[in-house]
Design a protein around this ligand. Structure first.
Ligand SMILES: [Zn+2]
Length: 431
């Protein structure tokens, strides 16, 4: 099933033709309407007329998050303020948030991009979709809402929180599609089991996003409540979700390439890497009116492939993001992604999916402590077994991470649950 079959199955030459035409349009729009871009392009000696092929995108400067901070809140908008009808923003946990604006056309396009992704993932008009993302400035809830609404699903916009009520409505309404962060979905799936209603739920599909969902986490959710889990990708800086998503083949995320041009660069040198190599994902939206942006450095590590997909879509696929250069921890000089630790925790018996990472400095050395919940609390009294389990986890982490870390097993349900993005890292090194 396709939402916009013509656009999703173009041949490569046609895709490139559409991208070039839209790139030219975006570049002119930025040059003529956004003082920051005009200044940067003049400095780099590029005018809109110099964009003649798709590779000419490389003549444009890369944009980092700092540029967005410097132009906070509206200075990068290319539309007059009276044409902007909606605003979204990042959580901005450190300093000012990133602010994105949408014209009426932008909202319509956002809805279509999302409709494509949810249909590709398996959502249909007769689905009942519960949106358990927090509604608000965050793009996830509204993006999914607009997309599912175009498809014609019955939407239950419950937002996050009030978890028992979430389960009650799922059961009473016969909800078939769940939209949540993977960590909240794990929590809801455990709760449904505890309440003894997991078997009554009609859920068949999970549309997850906004944090990394490891294959192990996916398996756990699928086992708990028997649903198929798919991932989609986007960033506030790029207009929110809607950039890419998994089809039913679940073999990479199809990028809505006619509206987003993707490159992979070496994060250290900024050099563009050939297809198939892993590096930092850089995206240029091609159709945005209010908030266009050039070559945005996502800090996400991925890989691109134009190999044909079994689903019939010709849109390029990106690998599931394994980690952000931002989330990456440097411990004793070694790069560590929380997703690596998760992949160990989710495969070990006797321990639950909730964990916390505590980083300390001890005698000038970085120390990582992994706190994990036991499934059976009585194990805390059996010292021998407890120690043996801790050592098994330590050994496995050492193999995967290449460093030693401490493991502390704690009683069931003592680690904080999150309704949105999980905050799993406590870094006490600077304190
Ligand atoms: Zn596909």
């Amino acid at each position: 099933m396709f939402w916009q079959k013509d656009a999703e199955t173009m041949n490569r030459a046609k895709i490139k033709e559409v991208q070039l035409e839209r790139l030219k349009w975006t570049v002119s729009r930025c040059y003529n309407n956004v003082p920051y871009y005009k200044e940067m392009m003049d400095k780099a000696g590029v005018t809109p007329e110099k964009i003649k092929t798709l590779d000419d995108v490389r003549r444009l400067p890369l944009t980092t998050k700092d540029v967005l901070r410097q132009n906070y809140p509206f200075k990068l908008f290319a539309s007059p303020k009276e044409d902007v009808v909606e605003i979204h923003a990042s959580s901005g946990t450190t300093g000012k948030p990133v602010v994105g604006g949408y014209t009426k056309n932008d909202l319509d396009l956002w809805g279509h991009c999302m409709a494509r992704l949810v249909v590709a993932a398996g959502a249909r008009q007769d689905d009942i979709a519960q949106i358990s993302f927090g509604y608000g400035l965050f793009t996830g809830a509204f993006g999914l809402h607009y997309g599912l609404q175009k498809v014609g699903c019955m939407i239950v916009p419950i937002s996050s929180g009030n978890s028992e009520k979430q389960i009650m409505l799922m059961e009473d309404f016969g909800v078939t599609v769940l939209i949540a962060t993977p960590s909240y979905a794990v929590y809801l799936s455990e709760l449904a089991k505890d309440l003894g209603v997991a078997g009554n739920l009609k859920l068949r599909l999970g549309l997850f996003g906004s944090e990394v969902c490891t294959p192990e986490m996916r398996k756990q959710i699928e086992n708990n409540i028997g649903i198929i889990v798919t991932d989609n990708y986007g960033l506030t800086e790029l207009g929110g979700c809607g950039v890419s998503g998994e089809c039913e083949e679940r073999d990479g995320l199809h990028i809505n390439e006619d509206h987003f041009l993707a490159e992979i660069i070496d994060p250290d040198t900024g050099e563009v890497l050939p297809e198939g190599e892993s590096g930092e994902l850089v995206i240029t939206p091609l159709s945005k009116e209010a908030f266009p942006i050039f070559r945005y450095r996502t800090k996400d590590i991925s890989r691109l492939s134009t190999e044909p997909c079994r689903c019939g879509r010709t849109l390029i696929r990106m690998d599931k993001v394994v980690g952000r250069t931002d989330d990456m921890l440097i411990i004793k000089g070694v790069n560590v992604f929380p997703s690596q630790i998760e992949s160990v925790i989710f495969t070990m018996p006797h321990i639950g999916p909730h964990y916390q990472l505590v980083l300390r400095k001890e005698r000038f050395m970085d120390c990582l402590e992994v706190q994990v919940e036991l499934i059976d609390g009585t194990l805390l009294e059996k010292y021998g077994e407890l120690e043996a389990l801790e050592n098994r986890i330590k050994d496995k982490l050492r193999i995967v991470l290449g460093i030693d870390c401490g493991v502390t097993l704690v009683a069931p349900r003592t680690i904080t649950r999150f309704e949105g993005k999980a905050k799993r890292i406590v870094d006490l090194r600077k304190a």
